[in-house]
Design a protein around this ligand. Structure first.
Ligand code: GLN
Length: 421
């Protein structure tokens, strides 16, 4: 039997790289990343996270178009870059890429995937997106046959016990890719919280989330007048003097470390935007203030982690047995609902988890505007009785750091969290 160590504190230095990769510009995007590396290296991050489809661009419309960008695991420009970064920085590197599988018997399948490369430059895990977005369907993407998954990720950093003893640990980790956080096909009931319930039940400690998440001004399947919306997008970009594909190469730097190191560099004449004070960033007809985060998106992401959030109402659900009929219907599939179980009002109470949401920015096709706002969140498992707001104001979620919505950027933070071993 292995010895019980109890509560351990882990400190990870996390780097998030927000990019605006355009289709057909793999070498240009790679070059921009390479230009950042020596400066990122100085901070010795334990893990570097990139967006969904970080080098290829996202909006592919058919299989033929995505063809040249598909790679098998362990090959291709994304693999080369991750391998190089992991070796050079002795860190874990996480990056989204379009995958073609070489499992011959079933025919070639294509996936929206994320590679996790360990600090020796070896593949630690390959995750395939489980919940697909309409755009993924356009090029024939397959769903992850394994569904949501967890894996053990070793880090060089040792964990500390309460008397200062140091221990080698691997962190129970998972990858999610963008739409994985949404209700399945936007059709499942909102309160199912499929992704976050799965990781609540599996006691996942570190959630790595590459994204290509859309700002609400984007033209989607539900947009009533796409032409008019495209015109609004073009006008919005012109108003902030951005090219049609959005900003590239002007990097925001936001570094804040526990040793006191602070770096804040805000690029561009309009980092704060022309009318920062009274703009309405939630309106769907403008895209202003590219230097600001998109708080409505960030709040939506936080809401989708509802099972990890303190929520006062769970106490009475538990006392009155309100979840029991739902849980008995779900028996065999799940044992929690909205974070509550029949054993415990809030399963997450006294646990910690860290989520690294690495989104892209920029514009594709003149119609898809990405939301940037890459963020690191820590769920602290406290305040279970008092909270009711499922957004940034909820004291059970700490916004460790975030980037702007419209600029490429680098966010580096030390995050301390507790695990039980
Ligand atoms: N739910 C996401 C959105 O609306 C899906 C996008 C994606 O999977 N890339 O932006």
């Amino acid at each position: 039997m292995t010895q019980q160590l109890g509560r351990l504190t882990v400190r990870l230095r996390i780097a998030v790289i927000q990019l605006n990769p355009q289709i057909g510009q793999v070498s240009g995007t790679t070059a921009r990343v390479n230009a950042l590396l020596s400066r990122i290296e100085k901070y010795k991050p334990d893990i570097v996270v990139f967006p969904e489809f970080a080098l290829s661009g996202y909006n592919f419309h058919c299989r033929q178009q995505i063809g040249p960008y598909l790679s098998t695991v362990g090959q291709g420009p994304e693999w080369d870059l991750c391998h190089q970064i992991s070796r050079q920085l002795s860190c874990v590197t996480v990056m989204g890429y379009p995958e073609k599988s070489d499992d011959g018997s079933t025919g070639q399948k294509v996936y929206n995937s994320v590679m996790v490369v360990n600090s020796k430059g070896e593949l630690a895990f390959n995750y395939r997106k489980s919940f697909l977005y309409q755009t993924d369907d356009e090029w024939g993407c397959s769903e992850n046959p394994a569904g949501f998954q967890t894996f053990r990720l070793p880090f060089a950093q040792k964990a500390r016990d309460s008397s200062g003893g140091l221990h080698d640990v691997s962190i129970k980790s998972a990858v999610g890719i963008c739409m994985d956080l949404s209700p399945y096909k936007f059709e499942a009931p909102f309160q199912d919280f499929e992704f976050s319930s799965f990781h609540l039940e599996n006691a996942t400690e570190l959630i790595l989330f590459p994204m290509a998440w859309l700002n609400s001004i984007s033209v989607t399947a539900n947009t009533e007048n796409p032409k008019r919306r495209e015109k609004q997008i073009a006008e919005s970009l012109e108003a902030i003097r951005f090219p049609m594909s959005g900003s590239q190469g002007e990097f925001q730097w936001d570094v804040s470390l526990l040793d006191g190191t602070r770096v804040e560099e805000k690029p561009g004449h309009n980092f704060l935007g022309p009318s920062h004070e009274n703009s309405d960033d939630t309106a769907t007809d403008t895209f202003a203030n590219p230097g600001q985060p998109d708080m409505s998106n960030l709040n939506y992401w936080i809401l989708r982690f509802m099972p990890f959030l303190a929520y006062g109402g769970r106490g009475s659900w538990f006392m009155e047995g309100l979840l029991d009929p739902i849980l008995s219907k779900l028996r065999g599939l799940r044992f929690s609902y909205m974070g509550g179980s029949s054993e415990k009002p809030w399963l997450f109470e006294n646990r910690n988890a860290v989520a690294v949401l690495c989104n892209r920015c920029g514009v594709e096709d003149g119609s898809t505007v990405f939301a940037g706002t890459s963020s690191i969140l820590k769920f602290n498992g406290q305040h279970g009785d008092t909270e009711n707001n499922l957004d940034t104001s909820n004291s059970s979620v700490e916004l460790v750091g975030n980037l702007s919505k419209g600029y490429e950027g680098v966010l580096i933070r030390d995050v301390e969290f507790e695990i039980d071993r």
